[in-house]
Design a protein around this ligand. Structure first.
Ligand SMILES: Cc1cc2nc3c(=O)[nH]c(=O)nc-3n(C[C@H](O)[C@H](O)[C@H](O)COP(=O)(O)OP(=O)(O)OC[C@H]3O[C@@H](n4cnc5c(N)ncnc54)[C@H](O)[C@@H]3O)c2cc1C
Length: 459
């Protein structure tokens, strides 16, 4: 081991959460941050993402608090005309590069240690260069921050989760954009956002729906993109719809069906009750495209693929000839145990309000900088879950609503959050707008009963 490093904050992970946390910290505390990542550049999973991926929500909700991603423009043409722009992966990577090099390194208060693996040996913090093999110890004056706790699993870095015979061609979704042969058909494996992106991209590039077999172990509920826009009326109406649907629902299914009737949630097949509720965001035009794929296999998870058969938990189907099996089956969101964000050994970045990882990481950075007692910090920012099924979706909204009320009751946090573009609930200058006031009244009307019922349904 050679040269040691010294820093106030050691942030492990330069993905979206580590970047948003560091950015908020720099604005509110005079400290030095060392940012470590095994990748050579910031941006986390976006660095290995498929080339046709786009944010599934508005760009302004993503990135770091100090610097808006994109221009904040509304789309002027295309099927999402009237909705906010959504950055493509190339723009996201360039944005994080700029944030790191111009803002972070330019401040003189950040050191970036890329291409390096972090590990702890007892209370000793070590970073090892993946290029030179050199290991350095890091003396941390204030805090070690785990910004990897919610790191998503993506197909590019996760092996195919079932055995595949040698003769079968299988590839992660990213390889669709670099094929050197033309498959006769495609077997898309997965029910989540990645699979839907793959299908929409294939169909958009002229592949007819009958050349696609979609292995969908669980049907997904998805969030209507029109209800997740940086407009306080839209945001408040969404909150009111969720509270109202929960308040009067006798069951989880009933709540989800009410939200579908209110145009908040989509399902692909109206004859199937979805059991998955990670709720990626989708536009109505994408839903129509997905519905054109008729060959859907709902027999559970694949256990193996041979040259002739796809074997699943609950049956077997024929393997199409000359097919490419497209791996979209990584877990995406991760579900580690909920732990206090502030512990004596480490700060573990997690969400607090429902969804929106970048806003949550910035919020935790702000609270870290402006409070001096960990019990108080943990009171203000209790960890939240990411949703997977219907119950955890309800739980996420119940916990998120209560946490938002708690941190929102602190005048300085409320003022900071109202000025932070990453915050999907900010009202800003439109506080007196009659449409905003009407939507707030609707939220208030259903809030107490809604939160109570969400918590009950989420048990
Ligand atoms: C395809 C896709 C699209 C998405 N779209 C959206 C969206 O539109 N809006 C939204 O809000 N969310 C979206 N998400 C959710 C996503 O989880 C978050 O956006 C966010 O990017 C997660 O960032 P992260 O920092 O938690 O994890 P990561 O991006 O995985 O970053 C963690 C970093 O930690 C590093 N690391 C891990 N362990 C170590 C170690 N021991 N030593 C050194 N480095 C280490 C990794 O190399 C990685 O760079 C999307 C997710 C996916 C997969």
């Amino acid at each position: 081991m050679t040269r040691a490093l010294e820093t106030d904050y050691l942030v492990v992970g330069a993905g979206a959460m580590g970047m948003a946390f560091t950015d908020a910290l720099l604005d509110h505390v005079d400290a030095h941050v060392t940012l470590v990542d095994r990748r050579h550049v910031p941006g986390g999973h976006w660095i290995d993402a498929y080339p046709f991926v786009q944010l599934h929500q508005a760009s302004v909700f993503y990135g770091v608090g100090s610097t808006v991603l994109g221009t904040g423009a509304v789309q002027a043409t295309g099927p999402e005309k009237g909705m906010q722009e959504r950055a493509r992966v190339s723009e996201i990577r360039a944005y994080y590069d700029r944030i790191l090099f111009d803002r972070f390194l330019g401040s003189g208060r950040v050191t970036f240690v890329g291409g390096s693996e972090y590990r702890a040996d007892g209370s000793v913090h070590l970073v090892t260069s993946l290029l030179s093999g050199e290991t350095r110890s890091v003396t941390v004056r204030r805090r070690v921050v785990d910004a990897t706790y919610l790191s998503p699993a993506i197909p590019a870095t996760t092996p195919v989760p079932f055995p595949v015979a040698d003769e079968v061609r299988v590839a992660p979704i990213a390889d669709l954009a670099r094929l050197t042969w033309t498959p006769r058909s495609y077997v898309i494996v997965g029910s989540g956002k990645t699979a839907t992106d793959g299908i929409i991209w294939l169909l958009g590039n002229g592949v007819p729906p009958d050349r696609i077999t979609w292995v969908r172990p669980r049907d997904p509920w998805m969030l209507n993109r029109a209800t997740v826009q940086p407009d306080p009326v839209v945001a408040l109406e969404l909150a009111a719809n969720v509270m109202e649907a929960a308040a009067s629902a006798a069951s989880l299914d009933e709540m989800f069906l009410r939200l579908e009737a209110a145009d908040v949630l989509f399902r692909i097949d109206r004859d199937v009750m979805p059991r998955m509720a990670k709720t990626p965001t989708l536009a109505a035009w994408e839903l129509e495209i997905l519905r054109s794929v008729e060959h859907v296999v709902r027999l559970g998870h694949i256990t193996q693929v041979t040259r002739r058969e796809i074997v699943l938990d609950h049956g077997t189907v024929a393997m199409p000839r000359d097919a490419l099996v497209v791996h979209c089956a990584a877990a995406g969101l991760s579900y580690p145990p909920l732990v206090p964000i502030w512990s004596p050994d480490m700060l573990r970045l997690q969400t607090v309000r429902a969804g929106f990882p970048c806003f949550n990481a910035a919020l935790v950075g702000y609270v870290e900088a402006t409070r001096d007692d960990d019990r108080e910090r943990n009171r203000l920012c209790p960890p939240n879950v990411y949703p997977d099924d219907l119950a955890s979706w309800a739980r996420m909204h119940a916990r998120g609503a209560l946490a938002s009320r708690t941190f929102g009751a602190e005048p300085d946090i409320a003022a900071w959050a109202d000025g932070c573009a990453l915050n999907p609930s900010r009202i800003g200058a439109r506080r007196g707008d009659p449409a905003v006031c009407a939507a707030r009244t609707r939220v208030t009307e259903h809030y107490e009963r809604g939160v109570t019922r969400l918590a009950e349904l989420g048990r």
